[in-house]
Write a protein that binds this ligand. Structure first.
Ligand SMILES: Cc1cc2nc3c(=O)[nH]c(=O)nc-3n(C[C@H](O)[C@H](O)[C@H](O)COP(=O)(O)OP(=O)(O)OC[C@H]3O[C@@H](n4cnc5c(N)ncnc54)[C@H](O)[C@@H]3O)c2cc1C
Length: 388
């Protein structure tokens, strides 16, 4: 049984059902994917690797690449193929999530909506199912395994004794307006760094030629008073004449984890996947790609474990190892880099982006950026020596 019908839940459900598992997805919202809480940026290249056929229905807009902007306005452009997992396609996230759930259903998974998992059940200390509340009624659902795909606010892991707690410094709070009647750069997803978004960045992801998701993320400890996020976002919009006269179509608030990989994502009868397993990229805050990649591994392992009727922690180690092989090194490196990035001054960002704009890198990664900086500004790279 899978708790949560986001990308992690649906991809896990699809691959597990395809391998013969009997799957139930339990989702607390009344509509999958809605309301949207996302900047909606994803890269094209990983989608098909996890078995998601690109469908124009959920593609809102496509861009050439990413534009990274320093506080003094210097721009560094990079092609979408080399710009990370969040750049290339700006999606209709609600339609995307529904498309993934449809694939899970087609593979044989059942889905129930407006059903909130309230707690997990245990028999002789082993997880044996969940208690659900739906339409004012409570009932128990028994299962060989409970998959926590319940997102950033995940409770499943904690209830089962897996440590998913986050330090305040590893939480980024986000606020986004979908704005129309504006002039976003039609060719790029923009990332604007510096003190305009302390410990984070401002993003502009175009959804059409006159509409974009304009948002910002800030490291939680840098927030000092209520309403501050709105102040920063409004100040950015007011300063940029492309957005000043824009109108809001919706407002989204949420949070992402920016932590190092957690120690354990499986226990007897329990498996965590996606944001619940804290696999969001600590630098970009993007998590859809990692949720889907790990979801595929989870589904395949669960298919096998179903045939063997063995959901012990030991038999789920293949998932623990599998997702770590794919993601752990980058997550750890990006977390270390994030720890440093949140301390940099506007002048340092100007220097880094100025150098990148001059020299260029063929692929946007912390390692490549540091290699370029090692040559030009060795004094800065000293502080990042562990990452090289
Ligand atoms: C403002 C913002 C902007 C973002 N922008 C991007 C971006 O541009 N690109 C990107 O890649 N990532 C982005 N992210 C991160 C991305 O949204 C997540 O990484 C992604 O949604 C992870 O998928 P998931 O399936 O793990 O979790 P979710 O998509 O959060 O799905 C979890 C599901 O579980 C359900 N659920 C939770 N608890 C229960 C319960 N007790 N019972 C039943 N159901 C439950 C929820 O209703 C939800 O549907 C952004 C996040 C935020 C907050």
């Amino acid at each position: 049984m899978i708790v949560g019908a986001g990308p992690a839940g649906s991809i896990t459900a699809k691959f597990a059902a395809e391998k013969g598992a009997s799957v139930l997805m339990i989702e607390k919202r009344q509509e999958i994917g809605s309301p949207v809480r996302c900047g909606e940026g994803i890269a094209r290249r990983w989608i098909e690797n996890v078995g998601i056929p690109l469908d124009r229905k959920w593609v809102a807009y496509e861009v050439e690449g990413a534009k990274i902007v320093s506080p003094n306005g210097t721009e560094f452009h990079i092609d979408e193929r080399h710009a990370g997992s969040e750049v290339g396609t700006v999606i209709e996230r609600d339609l995307f999530d529904k498309a993934l759930a449809r694939q899970a259903a087609k593979a044989g998974a059942d889905i129930i909506l407006k059903a909130t998992v309230m707690s997990i059940l245990k028999d002789n200390g082993k997880v044996s199912g969940v208690r659900v509340e739906q339409f004012g009624e409570r009932f128990d659902v028994k299962a060989g395994i409970v998959v926590g795909a319940d997102g950033f606010e995940s409770q499943i892991g904690r209830w089962a004794g897996l440590d998913t707690t986050l330090k305040a410094k590893d939480i980024t709070i986000c606020l986004q307006y979908r704005m129309t009647d504006i002039e976003p750069d039609p060719d790029y997803c923009e990332f604007i760094l510096g003190s305009g978004a302390p410990g984070g960045y401002v993003w502009v992801f175009p959804k059409s030629e006159d509409t974009a998701n304009v948002g910002l993320g800030m490291q939680l400890p840098k927030l000092k008073k209520k309403g501050e996020m709105r102040g920063y976002l409004d100040a950015f919009i007011e300063k940029d004449e492309r957005f000043r006269k824009g109108k809001k179509l919706d407002i989204v608030a949420g949070a992402v984890s920016t932590c190092a990989p957690i120690e354990r994502t499986v226990a007897d009868g329990i498996l965590l996947v996606g944001d619940a397993a804290r696999t969001i990229d600590p630098i970009t805050g993007g998590g859809i790609a990692n949720a889907c990649k790990a979801g595929k591994v989870a589904g395949e392992v669960l298919g096998r474990a179903t045939q063997e009727k063995d959901f012990s922690a030991e038999n789920l180690q293949e998932y623990e190892k599998g997702w770590r092989e794919l993601l752990e090194e980058d997550l750890y490196r990006n977390w270390m880099a994030k720890e440093k990035l949140v301390t940099l001054s506007d002048e340092t960002f100007d220097m880094i982006i100025g150098t990148l704009a001059e020299v260029g890198v063929d692929k946007l990664s912390i390692f490549n950026i540091l290699k370029v900086m090692e040559d030009r500004h060795p004094e800065l790279v000293e502080e990042f020596a562990d990452l090289l």
